[in-house]
Design a binder for this molecule. Structure first.
Ligand SMILES: Nc1nc2c(ncn2[C@@H]2O[C@H](COP(=O)(O)OP(=O)(O)OP(=O)(O)O)[C@@H](O)[C@H]2O)c(=O)[nH]1
Ligand SMILES: [Mg+2]
Length: 267
């Protein structure tokens, strides 16, 4: 059984920075982790790249040779990855053992969840190779400043959830930039009724029914569950990682192993 995180979220939400902080954290605690770059446009990396989609295809080449714009070229690159799941990707994957832990740093384009089934098929492929996969969805805390933005963040996350059908950990990134913690706390574990009344105040009267439906949706899908992440704090990274590990049952077998080899009491 392998373990994998699929790190997703809007452009600039902090995915690559999260991956590199996670890598450093794991170095510190002596845990093995492999970060994979799935962004064909990525240029600089703050983490050692275990696998790189750019070895398969690069965005610049596609834009130049096919005359596509950046978003079209990205879709083309990701479809190329899909086409090579049993070829290039399977060969790369063979370098990893059964219990290895992979973290996929994805591109930020929303089209990847809303338009094309690439990531979904990618996930199915990982599952067929016996990986336990979890989606790690980053939302920039700077965007969650009022109820309308909060709902919009929830919807983005929900659309990924529905497309990918994966266990999901929602993360509020860049907590170091939040000066007034109180503003954010209202959204970390919000009361649906409080959200609704706030939303109703913000919107014109004809939206009352829609607001109610939206809040119910968010509530029923348990979307109102964001874990704050402050990369300055080792304890925060550790907590987030713990939540994700839990999701993919990482460490449960290891626990059993440790118990099996417990030395007998000496006295
Ligand atoms: N203050 C602060 N800045 C951050 C944090 N995480 C990311 N950033 C900054 O936000 C910007 C975007 O971060 P990235 O990690 O490149 O975001 P990304 O989601 O990988 O972006 P794309 O790959 O373009 O989709 C960079 O300038 C980062 O330095 C954080 O926790 N705190
Ligand atoms: Mg990135």
């Amino acid at each position: 059984m392998g373990y994998a995180q699929l790190v997703i979220g809007p452009a600039g939400s902090g995915k690559s920075t999260y991956c590199s902080s996670l890598y450093q954290h794991c170095e510190t605690v002596g845990r093995s982790i492999n970060i994979v770059n799935l962004d064909p446009a990525a240029e600089n990396f703050d983490y050692p790249v275990a696998m790189d989609i750019k070895e398969l295809i690069s965005l610049d080449d596609v834009m130049e040779e096919l005359g596509l714009g950046p978003n079209g070229a990205l879709i083309y690159c990701m479809e190329e990855l899909e086409y090579n799941l049993d070829g290039w990707f399977a060969e790369e994957l063979e370098n990893y053992r059964d219990d290895d832990y992979l973290v996929f740093d994805c591109p930020g384009q929303i089209e990847l969840f809303s338009h094309v089934p690439v990531l979904r098929n990618f996930v199915e492929h990982l599952k067929s190779k016996n990986f336990n996969v979890c989606a790690v969805c980053l939302i920039d805390s700077q965007f969650i400043t009022d109820v309308t933005k909060f709902i919009s963040g929830c919807m983005a996350s929900l659309s990924a959830m529905v497309q990918l059908e994966l266990p999901h950990v929602n993360i509020l990134s860049k907590m170091d930039l939040v000066t007034n913690k109180k503003d954010i706390e209202d959204y970390l574990n919000p009361e649906p009724r409080a959200l609704l009344s706030e939303l109703n105040q913000r919107m014109a009267p004809q939206f009352l029914k829609l607001n109610k439906a939206l809040i119910e949706l968010v509530d029923e899908y348990s979307m109102v569950n964001f874990v704050p992440l402050d990369l300055r704090k080792e304890s925060s990274i550790q907590y987030v990682l713990g939540q994700i590990d839990n999701c993919i049952q990482y460490g449960e077998d290891a626990d059993v192993k440790v118990r099996d080899f417990d030395p007998p009491d000496e006295d």
